[in-house]
Write a protein that binds this ligand. Structure first.
Ligand SMILES: CC(=O)SCCNC(=O)CCNC(=O)[C@H](O)C(C)(C)COP(=O)(O)OP(=O)(O)OC[C@H]1O[C@@H](n2cnc3c(N)ncnc32)[C@H](O)[C@@H]1OP(=O)(O)O
Ligand SMILES: O=C([O-])CC(=O)C(=O)O
Length: 381
């Protein structure tokens, strides 16, 4: 049995909210998901509008401060972000010592943990300190991911460029050039759409860790572990592995029906909160189609459409954000194993906003469980 196949779950009493489904555990002012109207807002702004009108840096500022920056504020923020991009020699040394065949998510997780280890202020959980640490993690992580990408291809690192925006700089550090503006824009939109999504599994993980009054690096390290799984962020990689296995549009419908007949999950479809489609998908689907137009990607668009239509017709289930980002990142030239680390680059803004919010009115997160093991018994000596 693979990890994605169904297992027979033990019976649970009706009082138990398995997987915390439908349970409201706290308030948040950072983002709001309304499945009934298919809306997602960050600090009150519809995410589709932010994706069209804002840079990723402006969205990061918004998530952390609650307001979009004015021109002076954004200039100061961008200057600080650009100044913090360089990874020091010890961090690069650590990255390059990790096995080349480990998953890049292992590298990202280790890098954040290392940033905590070398920060003498690691345990300063004041809002000022946490904002500074969040900005540093956001700024340096793309450098780490790009260094890791290039060493796997036997290439020397390209240092961050202070003249380029966040998205452009990352693409330049990976590929040695800034792609055409439509590709950069599609990439930046994906980062904005990935940045935040209320109490998803990885954000909730970050909040659980924070609730013990642990430090922000520990919260982000744990969140990365939660995001890696294929039921969460890891689905964007699984989508592309599936599309490559399908290979040709004429195989797509049969492949999907066979998968459903084996009662296997189709990666990139379904959502715990949205039951009638993910609010972010139309924007990202258009961005993927724009990338495909410029990269000879018509075959992947056809496979996308067939899977989407067949899945809806067979089950009524619609795609989530990982479905269009998978092929979009592939066509941009990223290795599949980089897709979830890119998700981390974006979501680190949301996670850290939640860490800061959790600390503003903290309560230890500790639910109850119903014991269903063997009855109490006696140790015989
Ligand atoms: C950015 C993100 O993290 S978005 C999520 C990315 N994850 C994926 O794409 C993985 C695939 N999707 C899934 O596994 C699920 O849809 C989840 C985990 C995301 C959410 O699921 P849950 O709310 O826990 O619902 P659950 O998994 O119980 O599904 C409910 C029913 O829909 C079916 N279903 C849901 N998603 C899928 C899917 N992708 N493929 C096939 N069937 C599915 C289930 O089999 C189940 O059917 P049943 O009631 O007959 O057993
Ligand atoms: O909200 C969720 O459960 C998963 C998701 O879409 C995200 O984290 O972006």
């Amino acid at each position: 049995m693979t990890q994605l196949e169904h297992r027979t779950a033990p019976a649970v009493s009706p009082a138990i909210a398995k997987g915390l489904a439908g349970v409201v555990v706290d308030t948040t002012a950072i983002s709001k998901v309304v499945p009934e109207t298919n809306t997602l807002t960050y600090r009150g702004y519809p995410v589709q509008d932010l994706a069209v009108h804002c840079s990723f840096e402006q969205v990061a500022y918004l998530l952390w401060s609650g307001e979009l920056p004015n021109p002076d504020e954004v200039a100061r923020f961008v200057e600080r972000e650009r100044a913090a991009r360089r990874a020091d020699r010890s961090l690069i040394g650590l990255v390059t010592k990790l096995p080349e065949n480990c998953h890049p998510m292992d590298v990202v997780r280790t890098a954040i943990s290392y940033l905590g280890a070398e920060d003498p202020e690691e345990d300063d959980n004041s809002p000022t300190a946490d904002h500074a640490k969040a900005l540093r993690m956001m700024a340096v992580l793309p450098t780490v991911i790009a260094v890791d990408h290039r060493r796997r291809h036997g290439l020397d690192p390209i240092p961050p460029c202070p003249d380029l925006g966040f998205a452009e700089n990352f693409l330049h550090m990976c590929f040695g050039e800034v792609p055409e503006p439509e590709i950069v824009r599609a990439f930046e939109m994906s980062l904005i759409l990935y940045a935040e999504h209320s109490f998803n599994a990885s954000t909730f993980t970050a909040r659980v860790v924070t609730s013990t009054l642990s430090d922000i690096y520990s919260a982000v390290t744990a969140a990365i572990g939660a995001l890696k799984g294929p039921l969460h962020g890891g689905a964007n990689e699984a989508v592309m592995h599936d599309m490559l296995a399908i290979g040709d549009p004429e195989n797509a419908e049969r492949w999907l029906r066979d998968k459903l007949s084996r009662k296997e999950k189709v990666m990139g479809f379904g959502h715990r909160v949205y039951k009638d489609g993910d609010s972010r998908v139309p924007t990202m689907r258009d961005a993927f189609f724009a990338v495909a137009d410029r990269t000879d990607g018509e075959k992947w668009v056809q496979i996308y459409r067939i899977l989407e239509d067949t899945m809806y017709e067979a089950t009524g289930i619609k795609p989530n954000l990982d479905f269009p980002t998978g092929p979009a990142y592939y066509l941009m030239g990223f290795d599949i194993e980089m897709f979830t680390p890119i998700f981390v680059m974006a979501r680190i803004t949301g996670w850290t906003a939640h860490v800061i919010e959790q600390l503003e009115s903290n309560a230890l997160i500790r639910p109850l469980s119903e014991y269903n093991g063997v009855p109490q018994r006696t140790v015989r000596s």
